[in-house]
Design a binder for this molecule. Sequence first.
Ligand code: GUN
Length: 285
Amino acid sequence: MTATIIDGKQLSAQKRSELAQEVVRIREGGVLPKLVVILVGDNPASLSYIRGKQKAAEEIGVGFKLEHFPESFSENELLDIIEHYNQNDEYHGILVQLPLPEHINETAVIEKISPLKDVDGFHPINVGRMMIGQETFLPCTPAGIVEMIKSVGVEIAGKNVVVVGRSNIVGKPVGQLLLNEHATVTYCHSKTDDLTSYTKGADILVAAVGRANFIKGQDIKPGAVVIDVGVNRLDTGKLCGDVVFDEAKEVASYITPVPGGVGPMTITMLAHNTVQSAKQFLLTK
Ligand code: GUN
């Protein structure tokens, strides 16, 4: 079997053009959807992600502002900036790029962002809403993964999903979203005994461990859908996922590539959340 590629770039392009049309309608109502991204320090990976976010915003017609502060910026200064954007009606989305420098408490920062502008879906109120299946901002990577699976017509209800990884950004929420879609979900992680015995039973396998080439072809059930969330940079400079792609594609039915899979969809979902936020703002104006 050779797997069909789930092309995140192509799906993103389609979604971005739909979003661009939605932005035109919102602007006709007198509102320009606008996102502020706040970065503290100069983490090269963060700078690269932010460039992608800016490019997507520009493509869709969403306003974009980068607030870039030095590594020495204090937690209180950051909380004040967030409060400024919480109060500023011109901005519908606020994203604080993670990771933050060690002297800044990530929890305090996330909790400072208004849940109404939390386009990352990281605020505990929005996490709680997601958990009980209420409408809210969904975290971008997990929401993009659900869209990618649905885009190829794979039924999620009743399937065995195995999520490898338990981060707050990806692992935990993607399992929850797939549970909300009526999958049977198992979480595995670095301390799981006999990991292969779980991954081998997965109809849908989500690899979000952050270790290059961690999942091999022999760990995958024939015909499985494989979603690779890993973004690992090798010494050669090449990007690679958590899954050995060349092996997995001979076993799986569908697979996401790295790059060009989950990454572009994550960014597109951020634009989606910003547009939804602006739409909500327009309704209450
Ligand atoms: N750093 C890596 N991924 C993310 C993300 O989805 N949101 C934010 N804010 N920071 C990140």
